[in-house]
Design a binder for this molecule. Structure first.
Ligand SMILES: [Zn+2]
Length: 83
């Protein structure tokens, strides 16, 4: 048997818990819940209104740097939301 399991540490985006995600060979994972990538503003900058509106809210552009993070939730937070 040539079973390879990769364990990757991820941080919960809600409670900052660090948990280990099992990544299997076929790309599936166990533990935690992945919601995709989100952009968060970092450093110095400001929100500049573009003049557009989306769902009634003004759309802004962040003038500073952003970084892309993976949004993960741990099992605890994920299960809490279902209540
Ligand atoms: Zn959590």
């Amino acid at each position: 048997m040539n079973e390879e399991i990769n364990l990757i540490e991820k941080e919960c985006s809600l409670c900052d818990n660090v948990f280990a995600v099992e990544i299997q060979e076929d790309g599936k994972y166990e533990n935690g819940h992945y919601f995709g990538e989100i952009k968060v503003p970092i450093g110095v900058g400001e929100n500049i209104p573009t003049g557009e509106k989306l769902w009634g809210c003004p759309v802004v552009n962040w003038s500073g740097k952003e970084k892309t993070i993976e949004y993960w939730e741990c099992d605890d937070c994920f299960n809490k939301e279902e209540d």
